[in-house]
Design a protein around this ligand. Structure first.
Ligand SMILES: [Zn+2]
Length: 90
């Protein structure tokens, strides 16, 4: 399941919980809290999804012994030094 699909699922659950909360003749604190929790969860998932390097955006960087994937903008901020062989990833 993709991160964005999870966020959409959480948002739809938030909408359902909010409907239950407003449809209730007495204030439904449990449903309102659930709606809040789902909304927070969806926001968190979206924040993480946009920060996560995808295979498409991240570039390959190599040192003397390993390969990593890193955003080009991160590499531009300064050298990333390998703790094993002591060489820069580039
Ligand atoms: Zn290395």
């Amino acid at each position: 399941m993709r991160m964005r699909d999870i966020a959409v699922e959480l948002e739809s659950r938030a909408a359902v919980a909010r409907e239950v909360a407003t449809a209730s003749p007495v204030p439904d604190i449990g449903a309102a809290a659930a709606a809040h929790a789902y909304e927070d969860g969806a926001a968190l998932v979206l924040a993480n999804a946009s920060d996560r390097p995808s295979g498409r955006n991240a570039a390959k960087a190599t040192c003397g012994c390993r390969n990593i994937r890193v955003f080009p903008s991160v590499l531009e901020q300064g050298p990333i030094v390998c703790g094993v062989c002591g060489e820069d990833f580039e």
